[in-house]
Design a protein around this ligand. Structure first.
Ligand code: ARG
Length: 463
């Protein structure tokens, strides 16, 4: 089927209109309408600059700027008819502007192209998402600090290989995630700084012969400066890739914590109880309370990393400058950003609501020979043994306890001395989990004093 109508925006050299399938593959309005606010802000800044430079009249600029506000409110109130024939948000906005203000609308596109326009709009959108991610990550960190403060000295098993390793404190474990999520904040902050250069005025690719002021439009849109090479300005999508990379690492961190929550809320662990508000039931098993939010958060890294890989593949091998391939940049970023924000909000809610079971944490910490390293360290300190020998002696005591079906502190002194005659009953003082964690005073260690000091640091940093 062929539409005989010429495209009103670029149809001058065409005798025939696009095939319906051409229109379908070409149009981006179904998704890039999300850029409407950025598009209108960019156009308003551009019009003001054109007038200030004497390129269009003040009267036309005023009509354009006011007309764009009308378009904005039409879109925001749901009174705007988006048209596929008009391809994208840029042409939809301009065509509607023309209906509202007439001839001056045709002057808005002086000294610019959709290539610099879309690069600017999309940067503004991604920049906002960086800010949003930083805000949501900070809120999540505060929720984790709250958990850490409540249980700074609660003892739980620390794991390696998901096997009991050494006792640690709940507060310390919570703060490990604060470290991770604060590095994510750093990545979004760095990416934002790097992307904060304005492509507008690069025009199609080569710059323009009109005497524009790119510094003025850059400043009006909150950019630090105009992008310095017009070819790079219209063809660069690093800002979107950096956002996706930061998002993928954040989602990976979220997935690790989500996995712990799934394990910890199981009947076999019972380390935490998730609130009803962040759990779901089963339609067949009445007893079930499922950690669905945690599971979905655990899964989000798949689509977010997929978006990162997907856009990398779109950009790979593209010659300078703009190619229509690059229209495929948006849906992946939109989807990744939506899901990242949702996952961050859900995680924050879960963390704020969840209650750790102090007694179960301590019980688990006290089993599994978690203080074996403390015993070995004591043999080194008290008896002057080389650590390797101490390790071996402790190992034999673990084997003895395992055979008896008890834990290390349950072995009597005679049994202890059968492994090394020099052992005294002072050894029992290091076998308790509270002494164990309290002794780990090295900077960054799990001792409650260390945890409390780090909590104070984080409160100051996150405030
Ligand atoms: N819809 C396009 C995109 O998203 C806008 C830029 C179109 N430029 C062009 N020369 N066809 O990339």
């Amino acid at each position: 089927m062929t539409d005989k109508t010429q495209n009103a925006m670029w149809g001058g050299r065409f005798a025939d209109g696009p095939d319906a399938i051409m229109e379908a593959i070409n149009a981006s309005i179904s998704f890039d309408q999300r850029l409407y606010a950025q598009d209108i802000a960019g156009s308003r800044a551009h019009a003001a600059m054109l007038a200030a430079q004497g390129i269009i009249s003040d009267k036309d600029a005023k009509a354009i700027r006011e007309g764009l506000l009308t378009v904005l409110s039409e879109i925001e109130t749901g009174n705007f008819a988006f048209s596929t024939a008009l391809e994208d948000i840029h042409m939809n906005v301009e065509a509607r502007l023309k209906e509202i203000i007439g001839e001056p609308a045709g002057r808005l596109h002086t000294a610019r192209s959709r290539n610099d326009q879309v690069a600017t709009d999309f940067r503004l959108w991604v920049r906002d998402r960086c800010d949003e991610a930083v805000g949501k990550l900070s809120a999540l960190c505060m929720a984790l600090v709250g958990q850490a403060e409540a249980g700074a000295d609660w003892v739980m098993p620390g794991f390696t290989h998901l096997q009991t390793a050494q006792p640690v404190t709940w507060g310390h474990h919570m703060l490990a995630y604060v470290e991770m999520f604060s590095r994510d904040i750093g990545r979004f902050t760095d990416a934002r700084k790097r992307m904060n250069e304005c492509p507008l005025g690069a025009a199609a690719l080569a710059g323009t012969s009109f005497p524009i002021d790119r510094f003025a439009t850059a400043a009006a849109l909150g950019f630090d400066r105009p992008a310095a090479n017009s070819l790079d300005a219209v063809s660069d999508r690093d800002f979107a890739l950096e956002f996706l990379a930061a998002a993928a690492i954040t989602a990976m961190h979220l997935s690790r914590f989500a996995e712990e929550l799934v394990i910890w809320s199981s009947a076999q662990f019972r380390f935490v109880a998730l609130s009803d508000r962040f759990s779901t039931g089963s339609s067949i098993m009445p007893q079930k309370k499922n950690p669905d939010a945690a599971e979905l958060i655990r899964a989000k890294v798949g689509r977010i990393m997929g978006a990162n890989v997907g856009l990398m593949m779109v950009m790979k091998g593209l010659p300078l400058t703009y190619s229509k391939d690059m229209q495929e940049d948006k849906e992946q970023v939109f989807d990744a950003a939506d899901n990242l924000m949702l996952a961050l909000a859900a995680m924050e809610g879960m963390v704020r609501d969840m209650s750790a079971n102090r007694a179960n944490l301590e019980k688990a910490a006290s089993s599994g020979f978690s203080t074996a390293t403390d015993l070995a360290d004591w043999l080194v300190r008290a008896l002057g043994l080389p650590f390797r020998d101490a390790h071996h002696i402790t190992g034999s005591l673990v084997a003895m306890a395992e055979k008896k079906g008890c834990d290390l502190p349950d072995l009597n002194l005679a049994e202890m001395q059968s492994a090394h005659a020099g052992i005294t009953d002072e050894v029992y003082s290091v076998l308790g989990v509270h002494n164990s964690v309290a002794s780990r005073q090295s900077f960054g260690g799990t001792a409650p004093d260390q945890v409390r000091a780090r909590i104070a640091d984080w409160k100051a940093r996150l405030a």
